[in-house]
Ligand binder design. Structure first.
Ligand code: ADP
Ligand code: MG
Length: 614
């Protein structure tokens, strides 16, 4: 240990930079906010190597006179607030006067600016504490800031920069957050010398959303609007069926600033409760306008969190308007699937109702002595039990073939794993509400959740299957194209090998889309595009934090869930038998990743109690 001493200014600035500048995207965020504070109508962002070697942001805002340039890059220098009272009514993005100083401390910065009332511009350079200028320089109206070699003098930070695609994805996400909140500003983005985005100013938020997330998503959004007690809530919200695998798709802008707020996130979740599966997150774009005195943004260095004066009020207003909007729409056809997949076991009341229904049934009719005959499933695309085990491309490619191909009973019975006598005996099972299978057991009755059971069975089979090589892929006659975000695209590139192991092949198809060329054969009844989208979201989210094997298993898990029969799917007698015959697969596995039970049992004693009660 050395004696106490004052740190030199350069080190102090580097430490301060650590708080706000984590990666190229954080630089872009600060520069965009400065440009908007300066009243820009057009902003250009240029990147090289995901921002690691170059970030250039140019605006046509009010600019700065030559003599202010040294102050702009000095710590704690700002034009935006003057007193502590100002802190509680900040209407600008910036006010800490720290961003440029911090960025200059950890990069090579060049700033060129010209305000409207000056014939010529000026330039200043700064790097690691050394300042050069200001010098006169030719400049268009406005400001250009160039950041080269971010973290060149902080090797520990530089080491943490990810692949170009990942960093570009983070930058694009920042641009999206700002551009969605400010549709009246034109944005242009250049990556590696190529223009990747050119968004004209628009008065229509939906148009901006379409620019980033594709016209399909944008077209489905419902408009939300409410103004009450000084709070204006405007928004575009997606129907429940558009829900995604991650909550990244919830954009909340407060007075033009992207925020991540627990109170509002909670309101969004509540509004969609029961309409989307608990594991999925709704897609919403909300724009809140309120007097800046109603909240404090000075609680987090990057200002992404706020402290409300009355969080409850904001929360209840958001919840009310979203709920009102969702309930006023006819969501029935789209809602049917996700809502029904909530299992009885999630809901004790529903489980109780099912128990009662079964008790009723057993009361009114003698237990069936033989398999009840079921009419053929009315829908052309019905679930398949066990489909991926028969790796027969000819059958899969036969377009006229009905979708239902259950494992023949004989085969299921000869599976060596079918050891338990109960399993190999002819099953007496009955499907109720197209959702549960009621099976006689030695102790009483077992009620099986058909989706939960099939999902686990598929997962176990896939887990074993993947050990012997890539899953069978089926080449699509027509590739399915989908709009993707930069992050999704980067994930597709980064995980090509993983995707091919699980039978998926995708390739770039234009700047913002991908084409899916091959898809796992056993997933023939799954919507290719929506699955691919969820998968890429999941992979993008995982980044580099999870091992390849963990990721593969996550993907298999998603596949099993999607390919499994759903609640509400009618099953044929053969399918019921085939599914129940596979029960041993899950009985063996105690470390199954899913939390939900697949079955409930009702003992004879339970039944007797039920009878005596009446
Ligand atoms: P803050 O934004 O918190 O004030 P910054 O370090 O980001 O701190 O910027 C310091 C000052 O430099 C700002 O207050 C503003 O006066 C000036 N400035 C920065 N960027 C621009 C720009 N693009 N156009 C005009 N002025 C700018
Ligand atoms: Mg700033």
């Amino acid at each position: 240990m050395t004696r106490i001493h004052r740190l030199d200014a350069s080190l102090v600035n580097k430490i301060a930079a650590g708080e706000v500048i984590e990666r190229p995207a954080s630089v872009v965020k600060e520069l965009l906010e400065n440009a908007i504070d300066a009243g820009a109508r057009t902003i250009e962002i240029e990147l090289a190597d995901g921002g690691a070697t170059l970030i250039r942001v140019s605006d046509d805002g009010r600019g700065m006179p030559s003599d202010e340039l040294p102050l702009a890059i000095a710590p704690h220098a700002t034009s935006k607030i003057a007193s502590v009272d100002d802190l509680f009514r900040v209407a600008t993005f910036g006010f800490r006067g720290e961003a440029l100083a911090s960025i200059a401390a950890v990069s090579q910065l060049r700033l060129v600016s010209r305000p409207a009332d000056q014939p010529g511009g000026a330039e200043i350079r700064a790097s690691d504490g050394d300042v050069e200028g200001p010098h006169p320089a030719a400049a268009p109206l406005g400001t250009t800031i160039e950041i080269r070699n971010l973290f060149f003098n902080v090797p520990a930070r530089r080491k943490f920069l990810r692949q170009t695609g990942t960093e570009t994805g983070h930058v694009t996400e920042q641009i999206a957050r700002v551009a969605l909140a400010h549709p009246h500003i034109a944005f242009r983005q250049v990556n590696q010398g190529r223009e990747v985005r050119n968004l004209p100013a628009t008065g229509d938020r939906r148009e901006r959303i379409a620019d980033f997330y594709g016209p399909e998503l944008a077209a489905d959004l419902f408009v939300v609007r409410r103004q009450e007690r000084g709070l204006t809530i405007e928004g575009l919200i997606a129907p429940p069926a558009a829900a995604r695998a991650t909550s990244k798709w919830q954009y909340v802008m407060l007075n033009g600033r992207y925020i991540n707020d627990r109170a509002i996130n909670y309101a969004i979740r509540e509004a969609y409760r029961g309409l989307v599966e608990p594991s999925r997150s709704p897609v919403v774009f909300l724009f809140l306008t309120i007097d800046p005195a109603a909240y404090d943004v000075n609680v987090h260095p990057t200002k992404i969190e706020v402290r409300w004066r009355e969080a409850g009020l904001v929360q209840s207003q958001v919840l009310a308007i979203l709920r009102e909007t969702l309930l006023s729409r006819d969501l029935t056809p789209r809602m049917a699937v996700p809502a029904a997949t909530t299992t009885s076991t999630d809901d004790p009341e529903r489980a109780q109702r099912v128990r009662e229904a079964i008790a009723d049934f057993l009361r009114s009719a003698p237990p069936p002595q033989r398999m009840i005959e079921y009419p053929a499933p009315p829908r052309p695309v019905a679930p398949r039990i066990d489909r991926f085990e028969e790796a027969t491309p000819p059958a899969a490619m036969h377009p006229a073939e009905p979708a239902v191909v259950a494992t023949p009973r004989a085969e299921a019975e000869t599976t060596p794993m079918t050891a338990a006598a109960a399993d190999s005996a002819p099953t007496r099972a009955l499907q109720i509400h197209n959702t549960y299978l009621v099976v006689e057991s030695t102790e009483g009755v077992i009620i099986v959740d058909q989706h939960a059971l099939h999902e686990r069975v598929l997962y176990e089979q896939l887990r074993t299957r993947i050990l012997s090589g890539p899953l069978e892929a089926q080449r699509l006659l027509l590739p399915e194209t989908l709009d993707v975000s930069t992050a999704q695209k980067a994930a597709a590139e980064q995980h090509v090998e993983l995707l091919s192991r699980v039978g998926i092949e995708m390739s770039a198809f234009g700047p913002n889309s991908l084409a899916v060329q091959a898809f796992p054969s056993f997933m023939g009844n799954v919507d290719v595009r929506s699955f691919a989208r969820d998968l890429l979201d999941r992979l993008a989210e995982a980044g580099h934090t999870e091992s390849e094997e963990t990721l593969v298993h996550r993907v298999l898990d998603m596949m099993a869930c999607k390919a499994a029969v759903k609640a509400g799917d009618p099953l044929t007698a053969d399918e019921i038998d085939a599914l129940l015959a596979q029960r041993h697969l899950i009985d063996r596995s105690s470390n199954c990743p899913h939390g939900r039970p697949t079955s409930l049992s009702l003992s004879l004693r339970d039944l007797e109690r039920q009878f005596k009660r009446t």
